[in-house]
Design a protein around this ligand. Structure first.
Ligand SMILES: CC(C)(COP(=O)(O)OP(=O)(O)OC[C@H]1O[C@@H](n2cnc3c(N)ncnc32)[C@H](O)[C@@H]1OP(=O)(O)O)[C@@H](O)C(=O)NCCC(=O)NCCS
Length: 358
């Protein structure tokens, strides 16, 4: 096979978008093989949009093609531009018929070379894993009790390249309850929250008046979430970055639903949660939930989350399931999710590889 380098296509109508489509199809195959459905598979437009803001994240792709031009492997290198100048994200997928023949290793070498030349020294990669490891051996992250099979295809691949497991994330699914049940959950959650907090909800791009509060909450999200011993710096986020991130979701055929909690005496947002939905799919992703430290312990996590869930049927009538991921050591968030009816279905391995010298 031949390995070639490709810039991120500037628009979905560029000829280069075909490679993003090929990549999305290969990843869809991975999740369907492992989990039997497409719930965890992002479509090509959503994938494309993640690289559509090169001033924040630059994406570069490497393609592995057979002599007759068929794409049998794709690697995407993600280079953060505003923070974490030492880090690079790696994602590699190879057609099952071409695995264990060195394609993944060649893609990785090409990406690593480019990243190193750009001064990057810490590399991260993620793997999909079954909820219960299939082989006899177990590998756990630096913290938490989540485990994966070190002899599984992707883990063995990354471990062989010098990566180590930082964290195991648990992915859970909730069959969206009926509206009456969702509303009851909100009422129960509201009953224990002090009156000085009120809820603010919006859909799509964050309104201008909340962007600076959301920027601070996003920075807290990059420091307060369990991260094992990952070599990562806090995100640098300003109101403009909040706007541009939200707009890139919409450009990628996705919609956003936010519920935040305002502390009325100060007028500031002190907690938020977000759901992401790709048009036409029966699932939505429950992303971050965060309560700033000074306001924890008042039930705001449960309240914002239940209120956001309760807004789903009206916003996205086709959604049947919600999916969420939590660090296996994040007991508090996992406990909330179990209580809401989420059931663990899959795991995700977060791997990191550090070079001593760039
Ligand atoms: C992980 C993946 C990209 C590897 O691609 P590949 O082309 O098969 O990789 P290579 O042929 O270069 O194999 C390199 C190493 O991977 C491991 N590996 C590959 N196939 C394996 C298998 N079937 N069982 C166990 N280990 C395997 C081995 O350690 C191998 O080294 P070795 O040949 O010295 O034993 C591929 O399996 C894949 O696409 N998986 C799904 C996508 C994914 O999970 N990607 C995660 C990384 S971002």
């Amino acid at each position: 096979v031949n390995i070639t380098r490709h810039e991120h296509p500037a628009s979905p109508s560029d000829p280069g978008f075909a490679l993003v489509e090929a990549e999305a199809a290969l990843w869809r195959g991975v999740v369907v093989d492992m989990f039997g459905d497409e719930d965890l598979a992002d479509g090509p437009l959503a994938r494309w949009s993640e690289g559509s803001r090169p001033s924040y994240f630059q994406h570069v792709r490497y393609a592995a093609r057979t002599d007759d031009g068929r794409v049998v492997g794709v690697g995407t290198l993600e280079l953060p531009q505003r923070d974490n100048p030492h880090r690079a994200g790696m994602s590699i997928v190879v057609d099952p018929a071409f695995r264990n023949a060195g394609v993944g290793t060649s893609l990785h070498a090409a990406m690593l070379g480019e990243a190193r030349r750009g001064g990057r020294r810490t590399f991260e990669a993620f793997t999909w894993e079954p909820l219960e490891p299939t082989g006899p051996r177990r590998l756990s992250g630096v913290e938490g009790d989540g485990v994966i099979d070190p002899d599984g295809e992707p883990a063995a691949f990354l471990l062989g390249l010098g990566y180590r497991l930082v964290q195991v994330e648990t992915l859970s699914v909730l069959d969206l309850p009926a509206q009456a049940d969702l509303d009851r959950d909100v009422a129960e959650a509201r009953a224990v929250v002090p009156e000085e907090y009120s809820l603010v909800q919006w859909r799509g791009v964050t309104p201008a008046e909340w962007r600076s509060d959301m920027a601070e909450l996003q920075v807290a999200m990059s420091t307060d979430v369990p991260m094992g011993d990952a070599d990562a710096e806090p995100s640098v986020v300003d109101p403009e970055r909040v706007r541009s991130a939200d707009e890139s979701f919409l450009a990628g055929g996705r919609d956003l639903l936010f519920t935040a909690a305002r502390h009325d005496p100060t007028g500031r947002l002190v907690a938020f949660t977000r759901l992401v939905h790709e048009q036409g799919r029966p699932v939505a992703d429950q992303w971050e939930t965060l309560v700033v430290q000074a306001h924890r312990g008042h039930g705001l996590g449960l309240l914002t989350k239940t209120a956001n869930h309760a807004a789903v049927p009206e916003a996205w009538p086709d959604v049947r399931r919600l999916i969420t991921g939590n660090a296996s050591e994040n007991r508090w968030m996992l406990a909330i999710n179990r209580r809401l009816g989420y059931r663990p279905v899959a795991a995700c391995g977060w791997f990191e590889h550090r070079l001593e010298t760039p």
